[in-house]
Design a protein around this ligand. Structure first.
Ligand SMILES: NC(=O)c1ccc[n+]([C@@H]2O[C@H](COP(=O)([O-])OP(=O)(O)OC[C@H]3O[C@@H](n4cnc5c(N)ncnc54)[C@H](O)[C@@H]3O)[C@@H](O)[C@H]2O)c1
Length: 362
């Protein structure tokens, strides 16, 4: 088991990463001073897989457990569903010290976090992420949110969890496509801040893809550590935290133009490669680094070919992105693997050139 301390003053918390942690959650929560009632929010898929194990571990230590469910899917991240959960909580919830546990992927984590941040003006939140994306990214850093109309993730708060418990053995049941999508975020973490993690991925991708415990623990630990370090320096997203959006400028445009048919991780993979090519064209990133990045993306099972989308619409989507300032787009660009910077200097015409010439490039 590995532990990361996220240092945020009174909002500090620990992240535990290891195999079989679900079974120890009851004991762990007791050690952190929790007692009495608690509420788990999950979805039917995750409940069927892990609901009983978690519940048993909690009841064994004397906790009184209520499980609330929302259906699976991104559309559940809504004010309506949050409202329904407030009503259900009112039937079961006891005191403001009663923790709410988010058991599931990023959707459950964001929704439950939003509910925990707002119910009774804030109650203890414990994240128990069960997807690779949630373990390396969304459960850490306190961004909790729901979607509303055209606003994705824009109704929310900064609300740090009291504890994050990442049981890597839950990744075994993850559909392969979800796992590979999560690998895009691991690659992202390596490129923005951990050259050694990148080299580890290059050496161990086969073990990672065959879900070897030690390899999974290593990649989740190192990626979570990068996220924690960035959040520690910029909890409220005033600047540095933007580097976590590496690959997301073009990635978001691809997701939106494809009507979300291109999965998030796949879109981010193309976005990371696009940003790296832009950086290379600006003379900032060495060709060899670009080749390494493309290699690891391909070996992970993520796309390197551009999806069949109308270029015009993509440029339009990037143009409409709020990060655009006077014909220049805000980009997170790698200078080398493990080192990125934020710039407003990438012109739309350069972005367009990189996308138009996609197939002829490294
Ligand atoms: N808060 C943040 O900082 C942050 C960062 C990145 C992404 N997000 C959000 O995260 C969400 C995406 O999260 P996600 O990729 O985890 O998707 P998800 O929560 O929809 O989970 C993906 C699928 O896997 C299923 N699942 C979860 N755990 C499983 C397991 N162990 N075995 C089998 N199936 C399992 C889910 O039921 C779902 O069908 C988006 O809403 C995104 O906006 C938030």
């Amino acid at each position: 088991m590995r532990k990361i301390k996220v240092r945020l003053g009174i909002n500090s918390y620990d992240i535990y990463i290891g195999s079989g942690l679900l079974m120890q959650t009851g004991r762990q929560l007791k050690e952190y001073g929790f007692a009495g009632k608690l509420v788990i929010i999950t979805n039917p898929i995750v409940k069927r897989l892990y609901g009983n194990a978690l519940k048993q571990s909690l009841t064994r230590e004397g906790f009184k457990v209520t499980v609330l469910q929302v259906p699976d899917g991104e559309e559940q991240k809504s004010l309506e569903v949050a409202g329904r959960l407030y009503n259900e909580l009112t039937d079961f919830y006891s005191e403001r010290t009663t923790p709410i546990l988010a058991l599931g992927g990023g959707v459950i984590g964001d929704l439950t976090g939003f509910v925990a941040a707002t119910y009774l003006r804030g109650v203890p939140l414990i994240q128990i992420p069960t997807t690779l994306l949630a373990q390396v990214d969304s459960s850490i850093g306190g961004k909790v949110a729901v979607n509303h109309g055209r606003l994705k993730n824009k109704i929310g708060a900064f609300y740090q969890p009291r504890l994050v418990i990442s049981d890597i053995s839950t990744l075994r049941s993850l559909p392969t496509k979800e796992f590979i999508g999560g690998l895009a975020e691991v690659i992202k973490s390596a490129v923005i801040g951990d050259e050694e993690l990148f080299a580890y991925l290059e050496r161990n991708l086969d073990q990672i893809k065959s879900l070897d415990d030690r390899a999974l623990e290593t990649i989740v630990f190192r990626s979570a550590k990068i996220k924690a370090e960035v959040v520690e320096k910029d909890e409220r997203d005033f600047g540095l935290r933007n580097i976590l959006n590496y690959g997301h400028t073009v990635g978001h445009a691809i997701e939106s133009v494809s009507d979300f048919k291109v999965q998030h991780g796949e879109a981010v993979a193309i976005g990371m490669l696009a940003a790296a090519r832009i950086s290379n064209k600006l003379g900032l990133l060495d060709k060899n680094e670009l080749i390494r990045l493309k290699g690891i993306i391909a070996r992970a099972g993520l796309p390197t070919e551009f999806p069949n989308l109308q270029l015009e619409s993509l440029i339009q989507a990037i143009r409409h992105d709020k990060k655009i300032l006077q014909g220049k787009v805000r980009f997170v660009l790698p200078k080398s693997i493990g080192n990125v910077f934020i710039t407003d200097e990438a012109s739309l015409s350069l972005v367009e050139r990189v996308l138009v010439n996609w197939n002829g490039e490294t």
